[in-house]
Design a protein around this ligand. Sequence first.
Ligand SMILES: Cc1cc2nc3c(=O)[nH]c(=O)nc-3n(C[C@H](O)[C@H](O)[C@H](O)COP(=O)(O)O)c2cc1C
Length: 355
Amino acid sequence: MTLRTIDTGVVAAPMAGGPSTPDLVATVGEAGGFGFLAGGYLTTEQLAAQVAGVWDLSSCPFGVNLFVPDIANRYAVRPGGLAGADRAAAVTAYGQSLLDEAAAVGAQPGDPRPGDTDEWERKLDLVVRERVAAVSFTFGLPSAAVLGELRRAGIESVVTVTDLDEARAALDAGVDGLCVQGAEAGGHRGTLDPTAVPDGSDLVELVAQVRRLAAEARPDDVAILAAGGIATRERADAVRAAGADAVQVGTALLLTPEAGTGLAYRRALGGAAYDSTTVTRAFSGRLGRCLETDFVRRHDEEAPAAYPEVHHVTVPLRRASALAERPDLVALWAGTGWRSARPVPAATVVAGLSR
Ligand SMILES: Cc1cc2nc3c(=O)[nH]c(=O)nc-3n(C[C@H](O)[C@H](O)[C@H](O)COP(=O)(O)O)c2cc1C
């Protein structure tokens, strides 16, 4: 099997922060889909345990997703983002602005750790050693050397892109596949430039453009996964007809019993307390789509474009709020199709979106 020939044409998106579990990935694989574990935020040991957990449950191929830290990002990032003392000051001010809300849940803003806080090299070694079927990357473009190492290990590489320029850069770098992420997507936007405000064009149109580009630039088989707001078979079929080999779905799986979605998060998605989604840097310093809460409305404008520092600053608030089973300060990541998410088995979601 390769990512171009997934039976159902359905991929379980990696969902860092808890929702992705070995059970979810194994179940989706057994149902004829293909699942990605989320390597982001885990320690290498935790990720290794999850990889072993999938092998225990299933012999189906699966993938791992890794966050590319800025130091390993080969994309030509636009100059002009926050840097040095300005960046540190903006992050500190942001932390100060959260003091009252943090105290209300018995927490304090976290320590703003800069740089690679995600064990990039160790996780790369792990996925090569474990020979998982595919590795997808988000937040950056890894070097040709990294992509070559994966290819030599027989591992398909995928880079998340959000517009044509990013797709071109990833194709030039030699990726085996692209995950084309549209504006509708839940969770972080995977822009290769952390300060970019991503393309808002319709996913179907973007997929068609990227498929044409891939055919011209790399007539060898480039796999295209497409992600963003996919919650119905009609939409999945339209995206595949535009040139995607498979649809990558996240939000549609959040309420399944196999997902590790926390209780407050589940209640928020399944209940009537929220009306809409919005895109904000308030939780991590990178743009991401989530349910529009009062916290997001209060802090959206002041949140600096400083990932991963802002992520570390808000982690204690989010954890304390989740532990108290209160959704107020939790990052309720959700795509535009969130109202269609159902508490049904993951295999049912795969069957409902399959080609
Ligand atoms: C809770 C959540 C966590 C996510 N975490 C990741 C991640 O770790 N890595 C990644 O590449 N994408 C991540 N995404 C984005 C997905 O890969 C995908 O682009 C998105 O879920 C598609 O939109 P949808 O949620 O509307 O289906 C996440 C999405 C959600 C909803």
